[in-house]
Design a protein around this ligand. Structure first.
Ligand code: FES
Length: 210
C-alpha cells in the first residue's frame, strides 16, 4: 500500500477539515501515512501533496526534516537506545553494544526477519531514569542488559502487543471531533474576518526598515 486506503483517506479529509489552511495538516497526514505503511512512501507523499495543495517536494522537505518520519522501511519495532551524556554515564553505550550483539545488527540496521530496527539516539528526555530506550517511542527506563533481553523476548513473543503497537501507530484511540463540537474552523478564503495572525508581520516596527 502507498497512497491512502479509502479508510485512511476518509480520516485524512477529516484531519484537513480541522485547519483553516489544508497544508497545515501536513504533519498529521505524514503520521497517518506512516501509521498505514510503517514508513512514509513516495506515493504517500504525492497523495498528501494532492490533498493539501502543495508540491511533493514540499512534502518531502517537511518529512525529511523530522527524524520520527522514516523514508524507508523499518522493523515492526524501532528500538532507540540513548547514548547521550546521562545515559552514557550510566552505561548507555554498553547497553547499545549489548543490543547490537543481541539483535545481530549494527545501529541503523534491521533484523533479517524485519522485526527490529536498532537506532542510537540523542537524549530522549528521561535522563533521571538512565540508561533508557524507546520502542516505537514508548519508554523503557533504567535498562540493564537482562532487561533488554527480556524486552526483546517479550516483544518477539507478542506479550507486549497491548502496550507497543507496530511502528507508525502513535495512538490506538483516534480523535474524532463531531461537526457540532469543532472550534468553528473555516477555510481562510471563507472567513468573514481575516484572522489576526495573517497580519502579524504588518505590526508597526515588525521587521521594518527603521
Ligand atoms: S541522556 Fe539519555 S535520556 Fe537524556
Amino acid at each position: 500500500m502507498a497512497r491512502f486506503s479509502p479508510e485512511h483517506l476518509e480520516t485524512a479529509r477529516e484531519i484537513i477539515a480541522r485547519y483553516p489552511r489544508p497544508k497545515s495538516a501536513l504533519i498529521p497526514l505524514l503520521h497517518l501515512a506512516q501509521e498505514q505503511d510503517g514508513y512514509v512512501t513516495d506515493d504517500a507523499m504525492r497523495h498528501i501533496a494532492e490533498l493539501v495543495g502543495v508540491t511533493p517536494a514540499e512534502v518531502l522537505g517537511t518529512c525529511s526534516f523530522y527524524e520520527m518520519f522514516k523514508l524507508h522501511p523499518v522493523g515492526t519495532y524501532l528500538v532507540n537506545v540513548c547514548t547521550n551524556i546521562s545515559c552514557m554515564l550510566c552505561g548507555g553505550e554498553e547497553l547499545l553494544a549489548h543490543a547490537s550483539e543481541r539483535l545481530g545488527v549494527a545501529p541503523g540496521g534491521t533484523t533479517p526477519d524485519g522485526r527490529f530496527t536498532l537506532e542510537e539516539v540523542e537524549c530522549i528526555a528521561a535522563c533521571t531514569e538512565a540508561p533508557c530506550l524507546q520502542v516505537n517511542y514508548r519508554y523503557v527506563t533504567n535498562v540493564t542488559n537482562d532487561d533488554f533481553d527480556r524486552l526483546i523476548d517479550d516483544l518477539a513473543a507478542g506479550k507486549l502487543d497491548h502496550e507497543v503497537p507496530p511502528h507508525g501507530t502513535l495512538a490506538r484511540v483516534r480523535q474524532h471531533i463531531p461537526a457540532d463540537r469543532t472550534a468553528g474552523i473555516v477555510p481562510v478564503a471563507e472567513a468573514a474576518v481575516e484572522p489576526a495572525w495573517m497580519h502579524a508581520n504588518e505590526a508597526p516596527g515588525a521587521g521594518g526598515d527603521a
